[in-house]
Every structure is written in structure tokens, then in C-alpha cells.
Design a protein around this ligand. Structure first.
Ligand SMILES: Cc1cc2nc3c(=O)[nH]c(=O)nc-3n(C[C@H](O)[C@H](O)[C@H](O)COP(=O)(O)O)c2cc1C
Length: 201
């Protein structure tokens, strides 16, 4: 028997941009991370920017269908989350946690997160958004997701890029590569496992 040399199909990675704030710094970070993903042959990327696809903050009653306008808003986000093999969350730190806009998008969904890995890119002041990430780990465990150990965190993020929005610290590029390599390992392992045995939450 000869070993198969065919490469696995590219992983579908959804970048979820958590900040929706006016004047936000998120686009600079997102462009940098998307650049990394664009260079990888093992990943196809979809950027889901919650500022461009806002979701209402009022959830329907249990068992009730969403209002038509809500269903329309969800249709721009939910199928893309469902199609993803893995996620990269880009989150700032707000008051020692992550933004309400990101929690809202998480809470609108459930099985879309199941048995999928999540890598984190965080930014903020001195803490680099690490507290936001640790809060997200707890929340995403409840949703049957697998969070990646290595993170990318930008301390005083606005000082981490030059005028052309290029990252100034090579170690940050190295951190992205490590995180994405770990994300790929988990995404492939989980995709293979689910092909044999569907995940039962
Ligand atoms: C409501 C709010 C709370 C914040 N709280 C923190 C915080 O607890 N720790 C921190 O490091 N930075 C904090 N910051 C600074 C943000 O991390 C920083 O402004 C970052 O650029 C926000 O991301 P955004 O511009 O993409 O929205 C806060 C900013 C806002 C708007």
C-alpha cells in the first residue's frame, strides 16, 4: 500500500473582528493578520467584521424564531461561522475583558462553534488584551470549542505599527506563525475526527 501524498483541502478560517467601535484600531490589526493568512496555502480566509455585519443585541424568546430583520442580519454571519473549520478572534480589551459586540455574536450562535479550534489575537494597553483572551477561553469552552494555547498579543498596540501599518516587532510575526501552525494542527485533527465520528455535544 502506498501512502497518499495528496494535500488535505485548505482549511476554511474565519477571522472574527470583535470591535465595532467608531474610530477603532481593529482594521490595522486585521489587515496584518489577514496578510499572514493570505500567504498560507493550507488556509482560505473569510473576514467577518462585526461592524459591517452588526447583529441585534436582543435575543428572541426560547423557541421563538427571530424577527425578519434579525434573520436577515444573521444570514450574513451564521452560515459563514458554520462553514468555518477554525476561527481567529481579533479582540481588544475593554475594562479587563472583551467587547460586548463580540459576546453578542458568540451568544447568537451555538453549534457553529462546536468542535472547532480558535486562535486569539488581542491588543490593548499594558496587558495586550490578555485578560480579554482568558475570559474568552472560559466562554468558548462552554460552547464546545477548543482554544489554542499560543496567542498573539500586542501591548500598546498603536505603537506596534509603523506609518504604513507594518508591524515593527519581528517577534510578533513569529507569534502569528506559531499560533496559526497550532490552529492548523487542531483544525485538521478535528476535521478528520468529525469525518469519522460526528461531534456529539
Ligand atoms: C470601553 C473601553 C475600555 C477599555 N479598557 C481597557 C482595559 O481594560 N485594558 C486595556 O489595556 N485597554 C483598555 N482600553 C483601551 C483599548 O484596548 C484600546 O483603545 C483599543 O484600541 C480598543 O480597540 P478598538 O480601537 O479596535 O476598539 C479600553 C478602551 C475602551 C473603549
Amino acid at each position: 500500500m502506498t501512502a497518499s501524498t495528496s494535500r488535505p483541502a485548505a482549511l476554511r478560517v474565519a477571522i472574527l473582528v470583535g470591535s465595532t467601535r467608531e474610530g477603532r484600531f481593529a482594521p490595522v490589526v486585521t489587515r496584518w493578520i489577514k496578510g499572514h493568512l493570505d500567504q498560507r496555502e493550507d488556509m482560505d480566509v473569510d473576514v467577518i467584521d462585526l461592524a459591517e455585519t452588526p447583529l441585534p443585541s436582543v435575543l428572541p424568546a426560547f423557541g421563538a424564531p427571530p424577527e425578519p430583520a434579525t434573520a436577515e442580519a444573521l444570514a450574513l454571519v451564521s452560515p459563514r461561522l458554520a462553514a468555518a473549520d477554525a476561527f481567529v478572534f481579533i479582540t481588544p480589551e475593554y475594562n479587563h475583558s472583551y467587547p460586548a459586540s463580540l459576546k453578542n455574536a458568540i451568544d447568537w450562535h451555538n453549534e457553529q462553534w462546536h468542535a472547532k479550534p480558535i486562535g486569539f489575537v488581542s491588543y490593548g494597553g499594558l496587558s495586550g488584551g490578555l485578560r480579554a483572551v482568558e475570559h474568552l477561553r472560559v466562554v468558548m469552552a462552554e460552547l464546545n470549542a477548543a482554544t489554542i494555547r499560543n496567542t498573539v498579543s500586542l501591548h500598546n498596540a498603536w505603537g506596534s505599527f509603523d506609518e504604513e501599518h507594518g508591524i515593527t516587532e519581528p517577534a510578533s510575526d513569529a507569534a502569528v506563525k506559531t499560533m496559526l501552525d497550532q490552529l492548523a494542527w487542531w483544525a485538521l485533527a478535528l476535521r478528520d475526527a468529525k469525518a469519522v465520528r460526528p461531534y456529539a455535544a
